[in-house]
Design a protein around this ligand. Sequence first.
Ligand code: SF4
Length: 487
Amino acid sequence: MTGFSRRGACPALSAPMQTGDGLLVRLNPVAGGVSPKALIGLCESALRHGNGVVEVTARGSLQIRGLTAESATLLAAEVDALGIAVRTGVPVETGPLAGLDPEEISDPSSLAARIREAIGAANLGARLGPKVSVVVDGGGRLNMSTVQADVRMTALAPDQWLLAVAGDARTATHVGVVAEADSCDAALAILNAVAERGREARARDLPSDGLMELLQRVSSFAPPSVLPDISPTRGEIGCHHDLRQSSTPQYERDENGRLISPLVGEMSGRTEGGNVERPSPVGILQLRDASVLGLGLPFGHIQAERMIALCREAEAAGAAEIRFAQQRAILLLGLSQSACPELQGKAASLGFVIDPLDPRRMIAACPGAPACASGRIAARDVAEQIARESGAALDPSVTLHISGCAKGCAHPARSALTLVGDEKGAGLVVDGTAKGLPAAYTPGYELARSFGGVAALLTKERRPGETTAECIARLGESRLAKAFQQG
Ligand code: SF4
């Protein structure tokens, strides 16, 4: 699969990754989205050459799995024939509504394009490791606050960007504020410094005092020491907008104790108290002159035939474009307001997630056994069962990660709760990753029932106004482990 010279070839498309269920390709359209017709063609290719399932990742990339070296070559040729140019090189990501959302602070598209061009001109793609990425976040309703990146440029004003490194909006280290004219140079200065440390290096490896030195050459750079409201604490520098997104949104509960989301009826929003919450791409969003329908893929995947059926319905309803969005979702663009509810209903009947509070959105699960040869548990089957039987115990403050093995493909970051398969059965890891040491075990076939014990404990013990994450932290590992073992 090497030696591709095809126009628009993406490294992931020209050099697929080996996984436990064959080769995997990941692609992002250069244009931001694809037409419904093009997505139908792509799904037909996935049916012909892959395992018949299409996936959208937490970062909003389309994935096709189950390929062989030969079928991946055919797929790549068909993507090209469909006229879908895919991004190559170092990912420079913007929000899925970049340039379209009237609430965004600044359209990030132009800065992102300049950074991509500068990366190419400096040949940084060959010198940086494959996981190094840049986020250019213009703000707005589907901002990129939860997406991790080595370099983050976040709009503070139409001509002013906050530069931060290594993390998401809450955890990244803020470096300073740069003017629009210098923002591309500032991002490149960081990337060059990472490249100088070798292909294994990431922005988190850069010494913070070195960052300041690097940026001295950027004329309008304002280091934190001259910014107002500065805290010496990592990632807590004050600025014009509160960029510290709440990781535990303030949800209310109805009389039955179920969560009521301030997102209901819209894609994202602010609580009455003014907390900016995690943006959700699922729901109906009104733009200036058209509506957007956001749909989740259950656990990030769906049968290609169902996606094809949705595309046909979307096209008939007037959708002009489909974009892949963070948090395992797709956005149907160009719809009239009146077309959205009916299309949303059809999407639900095809298996798409239409409610931001659907428990399936709070569970990350890889294919697991038997689809993946490395899988010790049937991760997605278990996830379906847990969502159905115990989903009411979850809320958007947590991600329950269900992993077929310790590799943890579906959610490499820490989770409040992780269920992971290994040679001893299925383990429960509290506040860790799939590689963490399980606090308790159960046989794989008992996993959903055992988690039911944890869910029952959370439901019983949660205090009024407390989130699931807060309740888990208060109960602690040993009580959760006991509930898991008792089932
Ligand atoms: S985490 Fe899941 S998809 Fe990844 S290798 Fe393990 S079983 Fe396979």
